[in-house]
Design a protein around this ligand. Structure first.
Ligand SMILES: [Zn+2]
Length: 566
């Protein structure tokens, strides 16, 4: 249903060109008039009613708000994909939208007016699959290659990080890149390169889980011989896990450093346009920070459930049944169960044979407990063969304990078949499409997903197997190209479909469609001002779009001086 509306809007936008659509009355006024007509019906005399209507209109004209965002091409991402020029914001919520003139009436002497000078504005971007805390814990040591398509630039980033640290301090790149993203010179890193950029600092660069490139100082710290080269694989160092030997060689972050890292990483994500992420995991320091006041980033977390065999599954089911689902308070809170409900059902490689019944039976018991208690489940499932087995189980669960009000999400789904999309949709399930698929080079059936009408949201699976930049993700799904310009998708989305999936559809996944995901009256003022026009910039440049301002609940959480682009 959403997709049909989006495609209709696409054609309308093409017809209208890129000019903002003027709406004749701001919505608050229309609402006020409706309220006025209602009072007309209940009033005892016509004259009295007209008087009260006039008074109401007058009162609305005089209402002043704390913030106005104006002079923009504001993509509201509402059901009509309406474009407006201005928003009036009060107490963190949007109270009116419309033309500059219409919204100007809400500005008083104490109103903060943000003139975006014609820039494109979009709703805050939400990532539905993010390993957040692992990035926070090492953030002070990290360099990143988000959207970097040149090897020379990547080496410059490492050298700059080394220059910002004391000799001996560790530097790491916690994944999120692929060797093919360096269009000028694809490939991993040599010892000479890494020693060259960081001669005084141990440095390692993770490539996903399975490979790492380390310089001489880092290799010596874990008693490996630099003469064997920078590139290391599983044996002794990496085994489908982060390179723990290297991690263990680094001094742990102090509590004060961790606190600083949390602030810095949330700011980093705000600077990419993110206003909310589903943080898979649960952590006390996030809860402590959230208790101190509003976060600059809305954070959903998961209930810590561990079920690795039938005995632990019984305990896990009891915890699920006795815990309150969706404790998200608008800012922060445990939301759902993710991303592996039953440990043994962990889908990595395609399988010839179906998953064994003893594993799927245990999965079914946990799923039944989750459905009974009203929990949302976001399940890691990469291969279509595993999707088939999972849906077989969930269809049985659904007959006993319906899941069709819970919006359960199949996350990753690299090669999901049209038949399985239809089966998931029949249970009102949703899909999570993640940037990790770009890095894996998976040719996802995005057109089939979009045309099916199932609700799907975008995310990344950052930070090891994926970048975290939403504009890298949007660029990938719209252009079909990875960061290095390699074609990795045969089926792409329209710009509107992609933006809906990164905003409104994710709000739906989290049951926040009344508060988040689009710029409409009554919703939270979570928005991003862009340095280029998302709707008209060449598709290959979407990945380079940079926010100049990010707002969460009416508060500016990031701002940068606008840069000039040719
Ligand atoms: Zn996963």
């Amino acid at each position: 249903m959403m997709m049909r509306a989006a495609r209709g809007a696409h054609y309308r936008l093409q017809r209208w060109g890129i000019n903002p659509v003027n709406i004749t009355n701001s919505e608050l006024d229309r609402r006020a008039l409706r309220t006025g007509f209602k009072s007309l019906r209940v009033a005892c005399g016509i004259l009295a009613a007209l008087t009260s209507l006039a008074a109401l209109a007058q009162q609305n004209v005089q209402q002043k708000v704390d913030t106005v965002v104006t002079n923009g091409k504001i993509l509201t991402v509402d059901a009509d994909f309406r474009v407006v020029e201005a928003l009036a914001i009060n107490g963190g919520r949007i109270v009116a939208r419309g033309t500059r003139a219409e919204v100007a009436r809400y500005a008083g002497p104490n109103t903060k007016v943000i003139d975006v000078k014609g820039a494109t504005v979009i709703p805050g971007l939400i990532d539905n699959h993010f390993h957040f805390t692992r990035a926070v814990e090492r953030w002070h040591q990290q360099a990143r290659f988000e959207g970097v398509d040149s090897r020379r630039e990547a080496l410059r980033i490492l050298a700059a990080k080394a220059a910002s640290l004391k000799p001996g301090d560790w530097i790491m790149v916690q994944g999120g890149w692929t060797p093919r993203q360096f269009a000028d010179a694809p490939g991993g890193f040599t010892l000479q390169e890494l020693d060259g950029v960081a001669p005084m600092n141990p440095l390692f660069v993770q490539e996903g889980y399975s490979l790492v490139y380390a310089n001489s100082l880092a290799l010596k710290a874990v008693r490996l011989n630099p003469a064997d080269g920078a590139r290391r694989n599983a044996t002794g160092l990496v085994s489908f896990q982060p390179p723990y030997a290297l991690y263990d060689a680094m001094p742990p972050a102090s509590p004060a450093q961790l606190d600083q890292n949390l602030s810095d990483f949330m700011h980093e994500l705000n600077s990419t346009g993110l206003t909310g992420v589903y943080s898979l995991g649960q952590s006390k320091y996030l809860a402590d920070r959230a208790a101190k006041g509003p976060l600059p980033l809305r954070l959903w977390e998961t209930l810590p459930v561990f079920a690795s065999d039938p005995a632990s599954a019984i305990k896990a089911a009891a915890l699920i049944e006795h815990s309150r689902p969706n404790q998200f308070d608008g800012q922060y809170g445990i939301f759902g169960l993710a991303e592996v409900l039953y440990g043994p059902f962990f889908d990595l490689a395609p399988r010839k044979d179906p998953w064994p019944p003893e594993i799927m039976n245990e999965y079914g018991k946990l799923a039944t407990a989750a459905a009974h208690a009203g929990w949302h489940v976001h399940e890691h499932v990469i291969n279509n063969s595993a999707v088939t087995d999972l849906l077989d189980t969930l269809e049985k669960v659904n007959k006993v304990q319906p899941i069709d009000k819970l919006r359960w999400t199949l996350g990753h789904v690299y090669d999901i078949s049209p038949a399985n999309i239809a089966r998931a949709k029949a249970m009102a399930m949703t899909l999570g499409v993640h940037g990790a698929a770009m890095q894996a080079g998976a040719h996802m059936p995005l057109r089939k997903i979009a045309d099916s009408g199932i609700v799907f949201g975008l995310g990344t699976d950052a930070t090891i197997v994926s970048h975290y930049s939403p504009f890298v993700t949007l660029g990938w799904v719209v252009s079909g190209l990875d960061v290095g310009g390699n074609r990795v998708l045969d089926e792409t989305l329209t710009r509107e479909e992609a933006l809906i999936a990164h905003t409104r559809s994710n709000a739906y996944l989290f049951f926040q469609e009344k508060a988040l995901g689009s710029l409409e009256v009554g919703k939270q003022a979570d928005l991003v001002v862009l340095d280029r026009d998302y709707m008209t910039v060449p598709v290959a440049d979407i990945k380079h779009i940079r926010p100049t301002l990010t707002m969460v609940g009416g508060r500016v959480v990031f701002s940068a001086a606008p840069r000039l682009h040719p």
